[in-house]
Design a protein around this ligand. Structure first.
Ligand code: 13P
Length: 335
């Protein structure tokens, strides 16, 4: 087993998943504003350190994606944050893209930037302890989008990023996110997601990326959040599996879904059904941001010093998702 394959497999072993705590300062400020907590570096660290030192980190979380600010911060015990995460038994990771900007040639769409100087930044992150990285491409579904241009340009960037990350001995998370925003049907989501993922693999192969040493982070197949169509969780799971079976090469060791605006329970329930019906060799787990942190953030905002109580809320969500990653979750386990 190659070193990268080993890291990727270990992050997702035995139902473990990834905590996506890599919100940019802008996004994190919005999250903190929503619960009336001032967005200071100290508060951002306090919330994140509270999660990173929770007991479920050892049992349930195989990797944590950090933002540039956090990977350089010290914990209250004066450890570097990546050291704290490793000590808890998880792998530290880092978001390395610099965000989605207007795509020249198709100004209603986005292209993710951050390739300039990436090789040097990766070396620094590696020295800080990062074992894996993340880059997110975003695509919106409307009548004319995503365009061939955005599908191609984002796949190309994801492949160039992945090749550089592997060159630096880290595992790239490849995240092509087809957004839930919009009026589209589940069928349209299926078709566009398939096209996006297939293009990504075409480019990854062209750029000689070792597919055994990546983790794919896709969206689930859902109707748009403005759509009148409602489909069952069973259908979400079956469509998601069919899409990935068709589009993902068998060498890929792991798939870790984003939650993308689903509620916490919805994200857990869908992951559970995906695993119940999983007839592939892919490990199917989670790399959730909002669906792991929402309740914990709300709870914490009422008393920033209630570390234990906040950890209890986070531990519950992490446990539920780890059960779901093994197809062993049921609604009556929710409190
Ligand atoms: P959500 O689970 O909140 O969609 O976040 C995951 C993520 O990392 C998006 O890039």
């Amino acid at each position: 087993m190659s070193e990268l394959n080993n890291i990727a497999s270990k992050i997702l072993e035995k139902g473990k998943g990834i905590l996506a705590a890599d919100e940019s300062t802008g996004t994190m400020s919005k999250r903190l504003d929503s619960v009336n907590v001032p967005s200071t570096p100290e508060n951002r660290l306090l919330f994140r350190e509270t999660l990173f030192s929770a007991s479920s980190m050892t049992e349930c979380i195989g990797g944590v994606i950090l933002y540039d600010e956090t990977i350089k911060q010290n914990s209250s015990q004066k450890n570097k944050i990546p050291e704290l995460i490793s000590k808890m038994g998880a792998a530290p990771g880092i978001k390395v893209d610099t965000g989605a900007k207007v795509l020249a040639g198709s100004p209603n769409e986005k292209i993710t930037e951050g390739l300039d100087g990436l090789r040097e930044r990766l070396k620094d992150y590696y020295k800080l302890g990062a074992k894996f990285t993340k880059w997110r491409g975003v695509y919106t579904i409307t009548k004319n989008y995503p365009s061939k241009l955005s599908i191609h340009a984002n796949a190309h960037a994801l492949a160039r990023y992945s090749a550089l990350v592997q060159e630096c001995n880290m595992v790239p998370i490849v995240e092509p996110e087809v957004l839930m925003d919009g009026e589209h049907s589940a069928k349209e989501c299926y078709e566009k997601t398939s096209e996006v993922i297939q293009k990504c693999f075409e480019e990854l192969i062209l750029h000689k990326v070792d597919l055994k040493g990546i983790i794919l982070k896709p969206n689930m197949i859902l109707p748009g959040n403005q759509s009148k169509e409602k489909i069952s969780n069973d259908e979400v799971a079956k469509l998601t599996l069919a899409c990935l079976k068709d589009s993902v090469p068998s060498e890929v060791p792991g798939i870790a879904f984003l939650s993308g605006g689903q509620s916490e329970i919805e994200a857990t329930e869908n992951l559970n059904l995906i695993n119940k019906y999983n007839d592939t060799n892919f490990t199917m787990s989670y790399s959730y941001g909002r669906a792991l942190q929402q309740s914990a953030l709300k709870f914490w905002s009422k008393d920033l010093q209630n570390i234990e109580g906040t950890q209890k809320v986070f531990n519950h969500r992490a446990k539920m998702n780890t059960l779901a990653a093994r197809g062993k979750w049921s609604k009556d386990l929710e409190i």
